[in-house]
Design a protein around this ligand. Structure first.
Ligand code: WTA
Length: 568
């Protein structure tokens, strides 16, 4: 029996107080996610239950942590940070691979009331810099192999006081601001004064890319727990005896909302695989740990499909009870394929960094229509808006903008240091997601595409602006325009159109030089798969580059109205 019971019944009587009651929270109380994810579970008698099974690069490299371990170890990290003088409201960045310190460290940061800023460890120095600068980050917790990227930008980050290295082996002398902390050698802190955060106290800052400007820091608060707990329970259907695997990296919102908070607030055992993707390794992982609930993403699913059906049959995947997906459009074929291979469909879920929790989804027990994102979570007021009037469209199957009334617990509270851009996300009292969809006669949402130029490659949002800025720093590049182009696996990949300054030659050598130049600045995910040389870029008469024209060309679409195009 699925946790949610009847979706229709919940629609009639829904109130977020359902989650508040289950969590024993009363309006105005102290609410600290770090406590809810560890101390509370121990208080419920599950101290010795496994909270985390972690596997590193090799099969033999396995670590297990009970709920009491993560309680004590997050205390230990919290006490260490507090000892450095870090306190409530300070931003502490986590810049690590998917190592246990990342998961437990996040709770430690929250326990002292500081704000956790997880960043994807593959980010290059420039991507890292803009995010640390914007957040005014005071401390960064990292691994030896990533610390050199921080050194490169350190002189431009006056607020950054500590670089805490969790795996330093003492082979090299420490660089400026580096200090060493070993979680397994530190004295375990059994009792800890958790900072009394309230509902609206800042918790996590996740950076996300928009069309224009630098990445924006989405500010979440401790009250987000209410949505994350209930959606993990009703949509992901997490149950007490589950072995849960969320494949997302906590550098992205899925890896924190559901790869840490949702699962641990429910006292579920979760496992983490900290190694690169291969179909064989993933199936082996499911088989080895008898994974029952698997939350993944369309690009990974398409890669598994490509690896073929034969390989699936080599493994015993019968433990899987429920499977779900997020991050990009989940094509109908992938749903049909999973039904055939695993005996169940991937349940698509739709949400954003800004929403903090799942908004539209296929609920366990409900009819899955392959290709559809499903229905809004109870309690949400969702609509498709007319792009001109920003009024709801009631007609069936008519495209419009996906929007919500901004009133669920996990909604973002602002963009860090950028309230102005935050305010622009609203029209007529609706929060605009920036996505387009239709609604069918049964109320199911069918994703169409984004309403902006942001590129979603393999589930990762890439701002054309960020890539264009990196390109423009190369001495040969005069102008650049970055758009998506179609791709079988990643759905979209990044493509750059470039014009060169006089005196430079467009050839393979130049392409390699530019690629190497930007590789160090960006994350591998944001790297263009192709550079196309242009003599000039299409522009409006006011001189704005028209990405739309280049995008249409890549996708073989009608270019549309180009009457504002510059013609000389
Ligand atoms: C896209 C990830 C189609 C969408 C949790 C959204 C999706 C953006 C789906 C947010 C889905 C997410 N079907 N598109 N099921 N889920 N998206 O902030 O464009 O990294 O706005 O959050 O991904 O990406 P973000």
């Amino acid at each position: 029996m699925a946790n949610i019971g009847s979706y229709e019944n919940h629609l009639k009587n829904f109130n977020w107080s359902i989650a508040e009651k289950e969590l024993g929270y009363l309006d105005g109380d102290v609410i600290n996610i770090g406590w809810y994810c560890s101390d509370r579970i121990c208080q419920l008698g599950k101290s010795e239950k496994t909270a985390l099974i972690w596997e590193g690069k090799g099969d033999h490299e396995v670590k297990k942590f009970t709920y009491n371990d993560i309680r004590v170890l997050s205390n230990t990290i919290g006490a260490y940070l507090r000892g450095l003088g870090i306190h409530d409201g300070d931003r502490v960045c986590l810049f690590m691979d998917k190592v246990p310190e990342l998961y437990i460290g996040l709770l430690g940061i929250l326990k002292i009331g500081a704000i956790a800023q997880p960043l994807f460890s593959a980010f290059g120095d420039e991507s890292l810099f803009v995010r640390l600068e914007n957040a005014g980050t005071r401390a960064i917790i990292t691994q030896r192999k990533h610390a050199s990227k921080i050194q490169k930008i350190l002189d431009r980050l006056p607020n950054l006081e500590y670089i805490i290295v969790v795996d330093d082996e003492g082979k090299k002398t420490l660089k400026d601001k580096e200090i060493v902390f070993h979680l397994d050698k530190a004295e375990r802190v059994e009792k800890f004064d958790i900072f009394p955060t309230k509902a609206e106290s800042g918790s996590i800052l996740h950076y996300t890319s928009g069309t224009t400007g630098q990445p924006k820091g989405v500010k979440h608060v401790h009250y987000s727990l209410i949505s994350q707990y209930l959606t993990a329970k009703w949509v992901l259907d997490l149950q007490d005896d589950d072995i849960y695997w969320c494949t997302a990296d906590p550098g992205w919102v899925t890896g924190t909302s559901y790869g840490i908070i949702g699962a641990w607030a429910l006292g579920v055992t979760q496992c983490v695989l900290d190694s690169g993707f291969s179909a064989e390794a993933w199936y082996r992982f499911i088989e080895k740990y008898r994974v029952t609930m698997w939350y993944s993403a369309p690009t990974a699913i398409r890669s598994l499909m490509k690896a073929g059906d034969e390989i699936v049959k080599k493994f015993d995947l019968s433990s899987l009870r429920h499977i779900a997906s997020v991050g990009e459009p989940l094509n109908a074929e992938a749903v049909v394929w999973s039904q055939r291979m695993f005996g169940k469909p991937f349940y698509d879920t739709y949400w954003q960094t800004e929403t903090g929790s799942i908004m539209i989804s296929n609920f366990p027990g409900m009819k899955v229509k392959p290709g559809s994102m499903g229905l809004p979570f109870p309690g949400l007021t969702a609509a498709i808006l007319d792009p001109d009037s920003f009024e709801p469209i009631y007609a069936v199957n008519k495209p419009g903008l996906i929007a919500f009334r901004h009133d669920w617990p996990a909604r973002m509270r602002t963009y860090w240091n950028n309230e102005e851009t935050f305010q622009k996300k609203f029209k007529n009292g609706w929060y605009l997601t920036g996505d387009r969809s239709t609604i069918d006669k049964d109320g199911y949402y069918w994703f169409i595409g984004r309403d902006d130029d942001v590129i979603n490659t393999g589930g990762h949002l890439v701002s054309p602006f960020e890539v264009e800025s990196a390109l423009l720093e190369h001495p040969a590049v005069a102008e650049s325009a970055v758009v998506s182009k179609p791709d079988d696996i990643n759905m979209e990949v990044v493509k750059a159109f470039v014009t060169l300054h006089a005196g430079y030659e467009a050839n393979d050598e130049m392409e390699l030089d530019i690629m190497n130049f930007i590789r160090k600045k960006l994350s591998p995910l944001a790297m263009p798969q192709e550079i196309e040389w242009m003599d000039k870029l299409p522009k409006t008469r006011s001189g704005k580059i028209m990405r739309r024209v280049l995008h249409a060309k890549e996708w073989g679409e009608d270019i549309g109205d180009i009457s504002t195009l510059e013609n000389d």
